[in-house]
Design a protein around this ligand. Structure first.
Ligand code: SAM
Length: 322
């Protein structure tokens, strides 16, 4: 949610955020979950994929099930059994009630558990999970899919199938209602945001291949500046491929495919046509407030070493042991 934390320094916000990290806020409240349920375009994208992938008689797991919506759609598409795994215990009754109302109670199994560690009693044909946000910030999509994959039959499918994250430098609006606020992350663009560079893809994920080593994100992207300005933030966007070989979706719905604006510790001057390097280091599912995002722009990209080149130069500079 767009939060304004007046008069707090970025450093204080980062510390507060870090101290609340392992937390109940991954659980959606009944207020939050309405954003999912009534985002019609989002649900249509999933419904279309579920209808294309789920076959009559399939066993399905829905990781981070909320109201059971995506699991119910899988049962409606013919799944014999759907495990709806949800962390928030209040939703277990909701999932069961929704199954009953739709006469799907014999096929829906609601489990109150952490989908990043839950053990299923049988293998599944399809994993569905929508615990997604730009850059994999906040929500444990990667961790959930990596765990549920242990129970996926050979040749089984994951919905969505793939995700690509991109990044660009922007001059982000930092005044609202005539006031200046000290907040340093938000999940929507504001009219005063100005793009200063092209976008570059920095992370390509096929969900069926996710492994624990993917949770620590350490990537570098190169982008060319399109205009002069002072970059004080990066804008991270993403696109989703719901089924293998299918179209990519990038148009934001109310709740899905929205960008994440992450402010830089140090603003950088950008001149059109310079080449800029953006460094992104963070843990998937953590808050952007605990990430390290850096940028530098130069006229002659030949002077800019890649992170790997820099490491190798440093290695060469270290004298060999005698
Ligand atoms: C974005 S909502 C999606 C809900 C539902 N799948 C839908 O599409 O409407 C994410 C849900 O995942 C749940 N959740 C978050 N982390 C979880 C975890 N580690 N294990 C199980 N559920 C989790 C939240 O409580 C929330 O209900």
């Amino acid at each position: 949610m767009l939060r304004f934390i007046g008069r707090m320094s970025a450093g204080l916000i980062r510390r507060l955020s870090a101290s609340r990290r392992n937390d109940r806020e991954k659980i959606f409240t009944s207020y939050d979950i309405q954003s999912c349920l009534y985002d019609v375009r989002r649900v249509e994208l999933f419904q279309e994929a579920i209808r294309a992938v789920v076959k009559p008689g399939d066993v399905v797991v829905d990781g981070g099930s909320g109201t059971g919506l995506l699991g119910l759609l899988a049962a409606q598409a013919g799944a014999a059994r759907v495990y709806c795994v949800e962390l928030n215990k209040d939703y277990i009754d909701v999932i069961n009630e929704n199954a009953k109302r739709n006469n799907l109670q014999d096929r829906i199994i609601a489990i109150q558990a952490d989908a990043t560690t839950v053990r299923l009693s049988e293998e599944v044909d399809v994993i569905i999970s929508e615990v997604i946000s730009a850059g994999f910030f906040y929500e444990p999509q990667l961790q959930i899919v990596a765990n549920l994959k242990h129970f996926l039959k050979p040749g089984g499918a994951v919905i969505p199938y793939a995700m690509e994250n991109d990044v660009q430098l922007i001059s982000a609006e930092d005044k609202l209602y005539g006031l200046t606020f000290s907040y340093d992350s938000r999940f929507r663009t504001l009219p005063g945001d100005v793009s200063l560079t092209e976008r570059a893809t920095y992370l390509k994920t096929t969900f069926g291949d996710v492994a624990p080593q993917d949770f620590g994100i350490r990537e570098t992207a190169r982008v060319v500046a399109t205009r002069d300005g002072v970059a004080n933030a990066v804008q991270i966007g993403y696109r989703l491929q719901f089924v293998e070989g299918g179209d990519w979706s990038s148009e934001p719905t109310d709740f899905l495919l929205n960008p994440q604006i992450v402010f830089l510790d140090q603003p950088v001057d950008v001149v059109a046509e310079q080449e800029c390097e953006i460094g992104l280091t963070y843990q998937a599912s953590s808050s952007p407030l605990t990430s390290t995002v850096t940028a530098r722009c130069v006229d002659n990209p030949m002077t800019m070493l890649s992170a790997e080149e820099e490491r190798s130069v440093k290695r060469e500079l270290v004298p060999a042991p005698v």
